[in-house]
Design a protein around this ligand. Structure first.
Ligand code: ZN
Length: 264
């Protein structure tokens, strides 16, 4: 089974389309939230994700639009686009966002999907080892996929010692490897918190859209832990200037327009 994992689309439909084309054939999509906010085409993004087979959880911007979070807690630019999004979003798409459960388990109980962190699903920016170490206490599965920071990142809990790694584009890691009796290294057994990075507004200095693909063997039983999956990180160039031109035509804040080409 081939699973595409995406996060933080943020109304950037040009980036989303490019990612889905570049990903190729997948059986299902897991979306880690923030379909809207910052970007000029929230309806198109929701329409696309809602019609794909897969799972989707909401992010803080999705909840901001629904006023489940206080819009005053967002930055001025973010708030301006949230208010614009509230006005233009179709009732069906607002309803879709309302229907999303805050966290999900996927593939049996093998994976936890949450937008920000397992400890604080809507707000925590999980970027350092101390926070990550505490967050490993807040989910039961072996793997947790998060978004929110817009930075691809792997936290690995190897026997109580938490380490972080920044994945390179094209890099693959193996998940769910058999224990050392099979001659595999213990590190591969680690529990992990993994962030694919952002489709629509990357913030690691690389403006290319980010996503991951998880390959689970077709004969894997759910949630049998005696198989190996490959998780590959990808970056893909998309026509940033198309999204920027749309944003300018809608008089979006200049800062939000220019950050896309810098990956900030
Ligand atoms: Zn986001």
């Amino acid at each position: 089974m081939r699973i595409g994992i995406i996060s933080d689309i943020h109304g950037n439909y040009t980036a989303l389309r490019t990612v889905l084309e570049s990903m190729g054939q997948v059986d299902t999509i897991w979306c880690l939230g923030d379909l809207v906010g910052y970007g000029p085409q929230p309806d198109e993004c929701i329409e696309t994700v809602a019609t794909l087979p897969g799972l989707c959880i909401p992010g803080n911007h999705d909840w901001g639009v629904l006023e489940r979070l206080d819009v005053d807690a967002f930055s001025r630019d973010a708030r301006a686009i949230l208010e614009w999004t509230q006005e233009i979003l179709t009732p069906e798409h607002t309803q879709y966002l309302q229907s999303l459960p805050m966290t999900m388990k996927a593939f049996g109980a093998g994976f936890t999907l949450v937008h920000a962190s397992p400890r604080n699903p809507m707000w925590e920016y999980l970027l350092d080892l101390f926070d990550a170490a505490e967050c490993f206490q807040h989910f039961a599965s072996r793997y947790c996929f998060v978004g929110h920071t817009h930075v691809p990142l792997i936290f690995r809990d190897a026997g109580g010692v938490v380490k972080a790694a920044i994945p390179e584009p094209g890099e693959a890691i193996r998940l769910n490897v058999r224990p050392t009796s099979d001659g595999e290294s213990e590190g591969n057994w680690s529990r992990m918190i993994i962030n694919p990075g952002s489709v629509g507004q990357p913030r690691d200095g690389d403006p290319r859209a980010a996503y991951m693909v998880l390959d689970i063997p077709d004969d894997a039983t759910t949630p049998g832990w005696d198989w190996t999956a490959n998780l590959t990180f990808y970056r893909v160039e998309y026509p940033v200037e198309e999204t920027q031109a749309l944003m300018r035509s809608l008089a979006f804040p200049t800062r939000l327009v220019s950050r896309l080409s810098m990956g900030l």
